[in-house]
Design a binder for this molecule. Structure first.
Ligand SMILES: *Cc1c(COP(=O)(O)O)cnc(C)c1O
Length: 812
């Protein structure tokens, strides 16, 4: 922990400001003040960063490399201050300089290099690894443009490029001496050297991979790990000059652009597979650079390649980095000269894989032609992996051709990444109990029965440092006041709060913390949207990617229904509610964009209807991202987790809400089940089809949405309202939603779950009226949220998958 007092902090800050701006502090803009603070904090981190690396090199402890196409970090300043243990000192020192720390924190651009849950999980994991003294590092892509910025114009989503590096990035350090070459295209020839066959990759196009390192600061433990993000550049500038002299400047520029395109943009879709060549290039680019660099590092510090799997673990976050398997094989075979069997043992022992989805449209499958052309040597290796694996299958499943074809890595002219990931790793984990069961028994059952020992569950988690301590200071203060601060290092100690949840005095305090956070959010809503919301109303929140399976449409239909009820009976006795939405739609996802339009039309209609203005309001907050999530979640009363059962592998916002004392209304999907198991049915509101019922409908049919439309007048009315001009003068604006629900038979059982959902919402209304009881429920949720800290998840990965448990114990 950094020891520094307020006075010396103030001095150091003034000095840093002068140094980088060449002017006095009092005259500068807030942005300059933010920059100076960021630079100062980075200086504080630098020494621990160096010492951590030194320690890792000298002890030779096992290193974990977490490979992920996405890292959704959000802002870093607040967390760095918290983890360094100097947040309060900094706050007070700045106050004396008439600077509000919060104003500076708000100027930091979110680092938004991810779509949603998967990328945020990677960020939470980095925080937990560093805070638990685990030598775990991230490896990914330094996208020049992060996830697009969303603007709502006339009720529709408009995408604006996220030029997050425009003002620079104080956290990253470019490492020119750690560059790697990644090879695309060309041919492979074989040479016979002293009776040994050698594979030579020739005529390839070399791409330069340049790493940018970001420090990941552990919580008050002096551990600073590294997130290494790779940027694509042309190998030499001479190329440009020689072309220029031949008058081919534009061609050279074009080439430069085509190379840099590899790390230009994040694909903005989290659930749809796109067979685009650029995406495959991105995947091989960062995986090849990453694997080469960790092996180079390992060998430079005297590592024996035969012990690689004892000294490092490579974890692949979903199938996106699966090429780490053939890439590691390539290095072990072609560069280290190891025999196949030895290389294969090392590779499979090194690599582990997390599956994130059972949505079949998200399964990555590359056309063989494209794959082979772009990665000729890697393709040969995948072919051999497949051949050896299929031989094993033939021996086990004699004559069962369908089964073997289904399990193969190469089939139907495609490379199936999920099968390759399972075959080439020693561990395959799902992200919540139900999801892992569905993987084992349904989606990957053939692979599971062939490799039963590889499959395991690791229920997701969230870092309580960002999602509670940093983002909800008032609640953290109340918790410290009641149960002490042991929960900071041991989040399951939050259980101590359970007895206080029954205490009226504490309930009052809990209510006023929530009330304060709601007032702040109400202010933000007014600033962003010009809508006045009542902080005494129930804040009912659904924030997440917009997707049919997450069922924002179900939420819409019940708001439309409630509106109908209120119009029928203006005196209907309900607790006032504010419905808050946020989330981005993939730019090519038509139905999701229509859903945003529907929410905004409902908001326009209801918010401008004086008959209901005391009772309900609807708000869509633009540009949902990590920093906005932090503001919304601490102010939420009701957390909407209403996905079609079986479809949401885990969910993580459900955990964030619970930890901040919201009551969850949920289907029995993903980690909602485990939340229910923690808090019991008395402290969560469950509704909807069970996974068994859903799987049965998918298998045997028997669901007709039209029958429900015809037989339930409430449903008929709201569905008709989609098309009768009630919410928009253009009657056809929501036709796609209507057709999805009626014409195409409602794939996600929105109408089927409607009735139960309405009843569950009425129960929420009823529960909220008993103020003390409600706060008791909130307190119980907080008390049982500790198990959903990503510290617990990471300890399970460390002991159950990576084999780094001894190191952790030694350091504890
Ligand atoms: C936590 C988080 C998510 C994941 O939300 P789910 O509701 O679990 O899908 C997505 N985006 C952001 C910005 C988050 O913080």
């Amino acid at each position: 922990m950094l020891t520094i007092d307020k006075h010396s902090f103030k001095k150091a800050y003034e000095k840093k400001y002068l140094e980088i701006n060449g002017e006095e502090l009092s005259t500068g803009s807030n942005y300059k003040k933010y920059e100076a603070l960021g630079n100062l904090v980075r200086d504080y981190v630098a020494e621990s960063w160096m010492n951590t690396n030194k320690k890792y090199n000298s002890t030779g402890e096992k290193q974990v490399y977490y490979f992920s196409m996405e890292f959704l970090l959000g802002r870093l300043l607040g967390d760095a201050l918290l983890n360094l243990g100097i947040r309060d000192i900094c706050n007070e020192a700045l106050k004396e300089l008439n600077i509000d720390l919060k104003d500076l924190e708000d100027l930091e651009q979110d680092q938004g290099l991810g779509n949603g849950g998967l990328g945020r999980l990677a960020a939470c994991f980095l925080d937990s690894m560093a805070s638990l003294n685990i030598a775990g590092h991230g490896c990914g892509i330094r996208y020049k443009y992060g996830f697009f910025e969303q603007k709502i114009v006339n009720g529709s989503q408009v995408e604006v490029p996220d030029n997050w590096l425009r003002e620079g990035n104080v956290w990253e350090k470019r490492k020119n001496d750690k560059r790697e070459i990644v090879k695309f295209g060309g041919e492979v020839i074989t040479q016979n050297i002293n009776g040994k066959i050698k594979f030579l990759h020739i005529n390839y196009e070399p791409i330069l991979a340049v790493p940018y390192d970001t420090p990941i600061v552990g919580y008050e433990n002096e551990t600073v790990n590294t997130l290494r993000l790779w940027s694509a550049e042309t190998v030499s500038n001479e190329f440009d000059f020689s072309s220029f002299s031949r008058g081919e400047f534009l061609k050279a520029l074009e080439y430069k652009n085509s190379v840099e395109a590899i790390s230009q943009v994040l694909y903005p879709d989290d659930t749809q597979y796109e067979g685009k060549m650029l995406r495959l290039k991105q995947q091989y680019f960062f995986v090849s650079a990453g694997v080469q660099s960790v092996i180079r590092h390992f060998k430079r510090h005297g590592g024996d390649i035969l012990e690689l799997d004892e000294k490092m673990a490579i974890h692949i976050n979903d199938t996106h980095p699966t090429l780490a398997i053939p890439e590691l094989m390539r290095i072990l075979l072609d560069e280290e000269g190891l025999p196949w069997e030895v290389a294969w043992r090392i590779t499979t022992n090194t690599i582990s894989y997390t599956n994130h989805t059972i949505l079949s449209e998200a399964l990555e499958k590359w056309p063989v032609d494209m794959f082979k052309k772009l990665l000729p040597r890697i393709y040969m290796i995948v072919q051999e992996i497949n051949e050896r694996y299929c031989t094993e299958l033939w021996n086990s499943y004699i004559g069962q051709w369908d089964k073997i074809a289904h399990m193969a890595i190469l089939a139907d002219g495609q490379v199936r990444m999920a099968n390759l990931a399972v075959v080439g790793s020693h561990s395959v984990n799902g992200v919540a109990k139900l999801h892992t069961e569905i993987l084992k028994k349904q989606e990957m059952s053939d692979l599971y029965y062939f490799y039963p020992n590889k499959f395991n569950n690791k229920t997701n988690g969230i870092t309580h440092r960002r999602w509670l301590i940093k983002s909800n200071k008032e609640l953290t203060y109340l918790l410290k006041e009641t149960i002490g601060d042991s929960f900071i290092k041991h989040p399951t100690d939050l259980e101590k709060f359970e007895i206080f949840a029954k205490n009226k005095d504490v309930q009052e305090k809990l209510a006023s913390v929530k009330r304060l956070n709601k007032e702040k959010l109400a202010k933000t809503i007014y600033e962003m949207k010009g809508i006045k919301v009542n902080p005494d109303s129930i804040f009912d929140v659904q924030i997440k990617r917009i997707h049919a399976y997450k069922r924002q449409i179900l939420n819409c239909l019940r708001i439309m229904h409630l509106y109908n009820e209120l119009l029928k009976d203006p005196n209907k006795d309900i607790v006032p509610r504010t419905f808050i939405f946020g989330g981005k739609a993939a730019p090519s996802y038509y139905l999701a964009k229509k859903t945003i339009e529907l929410i905004n039309s409902i908001a326009d209609t209801i918010n401008n209807d004086p008959r209901v203005s005391e009772k309900i309001k609807v708000v869509f907050l633009d540009n949902y991202r990590v920093s906005l999530a932090e503001q919304i979640i601490r102010a939420t009363d009701v957390s909407e987790q209403i996905s079609t059962t079986t479809k949401e592998a885990s969910g993580t916002s459900n955990m964030k809400f619970m930890m901040n004392g919201a009551i969850t209304i949920a289907t029995l999907d993903g980690a909602n089940i485990e939340i229910r198991d923690e808090v019991s049915d008395d402290n969560i509101v469950i509704f909807g089809l069970t996974s068994k019922e859903v799987l049965d409908y998918y298998k045997n049919g028997g669901y007709l949405s039209y029958d429900i439309y015809r037989s339930d007048i409430r449903i008929k009315n709201v569905i008709d309202d989609l098309m009768n001009g009630k919410y928009h003068y253009d009657n056809n604006r929501f036709k796609a939603i209507y057709e999805n629900l009626i014409t195409y038979n409602d794939e996600f059982f929105v109408l089927k779950d409607f009735d139960d959902y309405i009843r569950a919402q009425e129960k929420i209304d009823y529960l909220y009226r008993d103020k003390y009881k409600w706060q008791e429920m909130c307190g119980i949720n907080i008390a049982h949220s500790g198990i959903f800290s990503s510290d617990r998840t990471i300890l399970e990965y460390a002991t159950g998958i990576w084999g780094t448990e001894l190191v952790y114990k030694n350091l504890k």
